[in-house]
Design a protein around this ligand. Sequence first.
Ligand SMILES: NC(=O)c1ccc[n+]([C@@H]2O[C@H](COP(=O)([O-])OP(=O)(O)OC[C@H]3O[C@@H](n4cnc5c(N)ncnc54)[C@H](O)[C@@H]3O)[C@@H](O)[C@H]2O)c1
Length: 460
Amino acid sequence: MKIRGIGPERVKEALKNGEVTISVYGLGKLGLPLSLILADTGARVIGVDVNPGLIKRINEGISPIPFEPGVNELLQKALKEKRFRATTDGKKAAEESDVMVIVVPVLTDDIGRPDLTTIRSVASTISEGLSAGDVIITETTLPPGTTLSLGKYMEARCGLKLGKDFGVAHAPERTMSGRMIKDITLSYPKIVGASDRETLLAVKGIYEAINKRGVIEVSNPTVAEAVKIFEGVYRDVNIALANELALYSEIMGFDVIEAIRAANTQPYSHLHMPGAGVGGHCIPIYPYFIIENAKRKGLEMKLLSTAREVNDKMPFHVVYLTVKALNDRGKTVKGSTVLILGLTYRSGVKEYYKSPALKIIKELKDMGAKVYAYDPLTTKDEVVEMGAYPWENNGVDAVIVVNDDKIFRDMIYEGKVKVNDVIIDARRALDPRKIIDMGVKYWGVGYPQPGEECGFSRGA
Ligand SMILES: NC(=O)c1ccc[n+]([C@@H]2O[C@H](COP(=O)([O-])OP(=O)(O)OC[C@H]3O[C@@H](n4cnc5c(N)ncnc54)[C@H](O)[C@@H]3O)[C@@H](O)[C@H]2O)c1
């Protein structure tokens, strides 16, 4: 049943009655959970992906994301109730559907410039199966303006009129791996911007059916795209600010964390935590979605570019601290053993894209260190692929804590990691006093280097 032009309450009813068919393009870490949640409303859902192996496994009831809580249960339920099936035939799926949701990734080049080839090819496939009354929703994070331009692109290919015969909307996902179901259904309100009022009301109904926090309507898809990018840029710039203040605190000889905690007791100060840099597919990438956009229109976004530069340099700063700390102990990096704790870009999420740990491993190896690594989410083979030796509980000269997984704190405090010389706390995950009391030298991002402390120290 075509839902464009009917109000949210009627849309919810139609979903419940199994009258609406929705296809979801891209059955990845976000697309599959979203498809299954939509199927759970009562809708008939067709999952589309270009990977035939993935389609086969999903149709056999094997979740490709077993680490994602709740997905396997929803998959079994949807298959049993015949509300969901997966296919590689995107054109046929579009012909059979009333709503198409696009969740394929936007790849970027080395410096983060977006490549819209994949999403355009999905739009092209959909336009071949488009009919009057259809609604196309993009969930993938996109440079502002993309959804409307995809709408125009489809209009030119299918002969239907955008905003009259069919509509497009952007409803940015606001999720994190490891908590997809929770984030899609109840963590945050859904932002929706559409090409026209009739599409907006229909899309509102869909998300009200799955999201307990409701829907925030914005004027058009471009605003909705900007909302998602702004969230990421806010994080990137604020992390860069914390990192720069950490570098300043180091040379001034005081602990940045002590200053940040005290500053944040004032309600207008929300200083973030410094660290070894920023990784993952989102925060280091999204600023370029608007830096590039702006450049084409003659605006230089200096703050965003500088934030990227500051955060990208942090892994090298961690290496610099390691070199200094080892020298301080009369050792050179060349020939020293170093253990990296934390390989994923964020604790608890098995993703390594742009992870600061990978840069740190490479630099230290290039300098002649023997680098070991451990992460509870990483297999020994994967450690080897990353260029390090799997840690076998052997003693090392230096330990670098790169992410704040609680397990690393416990391992260190319980003496499970034998450190000859120094711990470098890149994520400020440890209590410096505890480390010093254990008789181990403590170095950290934003922490005064031994002998460089300014004035009286409360902990001394
Ligand atoms: N996973 C996350 O934590 C997360 C967080 C924030 C945002 N996102 C957003 O979700 C988008 C998708 O991310 P993901 O993590 O699900 O990606 P993913 O890499 O896990 O999955 C993408 C899927 O799309 C499929 N695909 C590629 N080209 C296709 C095509 N032409 N037609 C159909 N399918 C195609 C791939 O085979 C793959 O299965 C991202 O671009 C991002 O905007 C994801």
